[in-house]
Structures are given as C-alpha cells and as structure tokens.
Design a protein around this ligand. Structure first.
Ligand code: THU
Length: 120
C-alpha cells in the first residue's frame, strides 16, 4: 500500500465521523508493518472532553487487536498534540505521517511534528 492509497482510506474513513458539535469530520488510516490498515474517525460527545480524535481511534483499534509495529499514518487533519504523544508511545521519530486534504499529501515524520516526545 502506497501513500496515495493510504490517504484514500483516510478520506473514506471521514464518512463515519460523528462530529455533530464541531461539524469537523476527520479520517485516519494506519498501516501496520505487516501490511494491514486500521482506519479511524473522530467521535464527539455532548460532554466534549470524552471526544476522541480519528488518529487515536485508529491507533487504539490496532493496538487492541494486538498490533504494535506501524509503518505510516495518513490523516485528513494536522494531528493534535495528544495524538502525536500517543503515536510516540508506539512509533520512532522516523515514523511517517501523511497529512492529506484529499488531493495529494504532505509528508512528515513524527520527530518533526513532536520533537522530544515523552517516553519512559
Ligand atoms: N480532531 C481529530 O480527529 N484529529 C486531530 O488531530 C485534530 C482534531 C477532531 C476532534 C474534534 O472532533 C474535531 O476534530 C474538532 O476539533
């Protein structure tokens, strides 16, 4: 799976976003080193703070299925700081993050987006 294909999966995942409060739908697609794709969308809540971002939905789906090794993430928004920190738990600084608007993408590394992320 290449970058463009992963971005298409992220855009498709936006369809399931539950964003009645912000109206800002986000989709993400996470490629594992074994070649599987886990998608995610943002899921908002009337109480606001339980809202979860698309990236974390995808990461937690993957980790809960036993995945630990990740190749690349595509997302339709710039990842928030919390999601960058969650990625830091499982990925190295050279992990690739593609930010897409549905028409191409910009390519980043996790180390560039979150320098000095916290690790125990
Ligand atoms: N959101 C994401 O899903 N990912 C991000 O990295 C940025 C923010 C969502 C959370 C909320 O549902 C909406 O975008 C507006 O903040």
């Amino acid at each position: 799976m290449n970058g463009n294909e992963l971005c298409k999966e992220a855009v498709k995942a936006m369809e399931n976003a539950y964003a009645p409060y912000s109206k800002f739908k986000v989709g993400a697609a996470l490629l594992t080193k074994s070649g599987k794709v886990y998608t995610g969308c943002n899921i908002e809540n009337a109480s606001f703070s339980p809202t979860v971002c698309a990236e974390r939905t995808a990461i937690f789906k993957a980790v809960s299925e036993g995945e630990r090794e990740f190749e690349m993430l595509a997302v339709t928004s710039s990842p928030c700081g919390v999601c960058r920190q969650v990625l830091t738990e499982f990925c190295d600084d050279d992990f690739i993050i593609l930010i897409t608007n549905g028409d191409g993408y910009t390519k980043h590394t996790l180390g560039e987006l979150l320098p000095h992320g916290f690790k125990l």
